[in-house]
Design a binder for this molecule. Structure first.
Ligand code: 5GP
Ligand code: ZN
Length: 114
């Protein structure tokens, strides 16, 4: 996608602190962290939101989630816990329309979320 911010991060046209990447996905530090640990995980292929992931691409979701689990482990927050967020469309507050999981941790989370 030409003017997608996260596609530009994937293409390294915009700098980001990359935590992990492979042929399918990229994980990088959120520019405006909401917790001591705040990493975004995105597929290289552009999908606007969860609503746009086709059935035959569902393995991407599993790969992103397991990468989030691994990053949580490497950052030392597996045991105390963490939160994974997938904002989807307007009511959720989704601001960047390239699907992304948030990995948040390093502090006690509140519930219900805002
Ligand atoms: P959303 O609200 O769409 O679920 O989350 C978008 C996230 O992207 C926000 O947490 C925001 O801080 C982050 N973000 C927006 N622009 C940039 C950027 O240019 N670089 C990085 N690393 N994160 C960004
Ligand atoms: Zn994109």
């Amino acid at each position: 996608m030409e003017d997608c911010l996260f596609c530009k991060i994937i293409k390294k046209e915009i700098p980001a602190q990359i935590v992990y990447e492979n042929e399918n996905m990229v994980a990088f530090e959120d520019i405006n962290p909401q917790a001591p640990i705040h990493v975004l995980l995105i597929p290289r292929e552009h999908f606007s939101s969860l609503n746009d992931i086709p059935e035959e691409k569902k393995h991407i979701l599993a790969e992103l989630l397991l990468a989030a689990r691994q990053i949580a482990k490497e950052k030392g927050i597996s045991k105390r816990g963490y939160r994974i967020v997938l904002n989807t469309e307007k009511d959720s507050g989704q601001a960047v329309f390239h699907i992304h999981f948030h990995l948040l941790g390093g502090r006690q989370m509140a519930w219900p979320p805002g």
